[in-house]
Design a protein around this ligand. Structure first.
Ligand code: 13P
Ligand code: SF4
Length: 391
């Protein structure tokens, strides 16, 4: 048998260190088969006592959620972290951009820890600072930049949030994207344009379904093409410039499955997250953020029938918590957020036991200048009129 020396190395090792973070755990990870993992996590947490505060995002695995002091969406968890100044260690069971936001909003003496550095977000990675700066330069060359307000979704890296802070823009979450866009359109007169990143679907669904813009008012910016793949005239005419990013989990839900479920499951109501594609959202009964989805199911009467289009760990937990309702997943195949799932019990045990031994592992640190400007953009979101965080 001949062997072929393939030139492709996994992840192009060494070429983009930020894309490779967490590929190897810098320590002795307990075996997933260790029968004492639950007891070890409990013992380490008890030993740390008030010194540690464990945050769990709604998309986390059950085995991790069990040890969370508080659960929430990305924005709530950032606020919860900020409200715990006495905790020396914030162990963030979520993904990288969320841990960064927690670091920005917590005190300098607090340490934010992400148990597995490979817990990133493919959507956040779709907008890199250099690409956004290139887009800004192209909008400058097209003569429209003075009319543009940049708005970034919470699901973005800290340096992108800082870019928005520096350029008179703001952050938004899936529960206040409409308020953030209304605010943005009021910033630069009637010809204002919004540059929205990284999620084109949240931007489109909000601009069209909540603010009444037409699909023709929205153009897509492909960072790999000159002028984002648009003519200068198109850039001048657009109201909303949508970054070509998406969520690989919410992007799986399809209009065809919605049609099939409506035909086969009596009284089904379709409940989806606004990161789903526009054609799916158009066919849904209800659309809203993670917290909205949870609140909707919690308020529904027994016998309600739901097909839910969001991350599977959350949908399974909702189904288990509401056995008097029928809750199904809106996809035919199993689909977890693979990066959220990186945080498992072995990584949590490793992070907690390391802290007990006096070693801080996997600390997430945002540098001072980035933090200063990212805070400006986050504060603009907090200052938005009406709903500033979540419903
Ligand atoms: P939340 O902002 O609702 O926490 O959502 C985060 C996320 O990753 C959605 O895909
Ligand atoms: Fe990112 Fe999507 Fe996973 Fe959320 S569900 S963390 S947006 S990849």
């Amino acid at each position: 048998m001949t062997t072929i020396d393939l030139p492709l190395l996994p992840l192009g090792r060494g070429k983009d260190l930020s894309a490779e973070r967490g590929v190897e755990c810098p320590g002795d990870l307990p075996a997933a088969s260790d029968p004492d993992l639950v007891a070890r996590a409990a013992a380490a947490k008890a030993a740390l006592g008030e010194r540690v505060f464990i945050l769990g995002h709604h998309y986390q695995r059950d085995e991790v959620v069990e040890f969370a002091d508080v659960m929430g969406d990305s924005f709530k968890l950032a606020k919860d972290a900020a409200a715990r100044p006495e905790a020396e260690f914030i162990v963030f069971c979520g993904v990288h951009f969320m841990a960064e936001s927690a670091d920005i909003l917590t005190g300098d003496d607090q340490k934010v820890i992400l148990p597995d550095l490979a817990a990133g977000c493919s959507m956040a990675d779709m907008a890199r600072l250099g690409q956004v700066e290139d887009a800004w330069d192209a909008l400058t060359d097209a003569g429209v930049v003075d009319l543009v307000v940049p708005i970034t979704y919470m699901n973005s890296s800290a340096d992108i949030k800082a870019f928005c802070g520096k350029h008179d823009g703001a952050v938004c979450t899936s529960s206040n994207a409409d308020v953030a866009l209304e605010w943005a359109f009021a910033q630069k007169g009637p010809d204002t344009k919004v540059l929205f990143f990284p999620d084109q679907h949240l931007g489109r669904n909000t601009a069209v379904l909540k603010l009444g813009y037409s699909l023709a008012d929205c153009i897509v910016w492909n960072p790999l093409l000159p002028n984002g793949g648009n003519t200068v005239d198109e850039l001048r005419a657009a109201k909303v410039i949508l970054w070509k990013g998406h969520c690989s989990v919410h992007g799986r839900f399809t209009a065809e499955v919605v049609d099939e479920l409506r035909a086969t499951v009596p009284d089904v109501q379709i409940l989806v997250h606004p990161e789903c594609a526009h054609e799916v959202v158009l066919k849904a009964d209800l659309v809203g953020s993670t917290e909205f989805i949870i609140n909707t199911v919690e308020a529904a009467p027994p016998g309600s029938v739901w097909a839910i289009g969001t991350e599977l760990n959350l949908v399974k937990r909702l189904a288990a918590a509401h056995p008097d309702q029928k809750i199904v997943f809106l996809d035919k195949t199993v689909c977890y957020c693979s990066t959220m799932n990186r945080i498992d019990l072995p990584h949590l045990v490793w992070a907690l036991e390391s802290l007990v031994e006096g070693t801080v592992v996997n600390q997430i640190r945002v540098d001072g200048e980035t933090e200063r400007w990212a805070k400006v953009a986050l504060q603009r979101m907090l200052d938005l009129p009406g709903r500033s965080s979540r419903d």
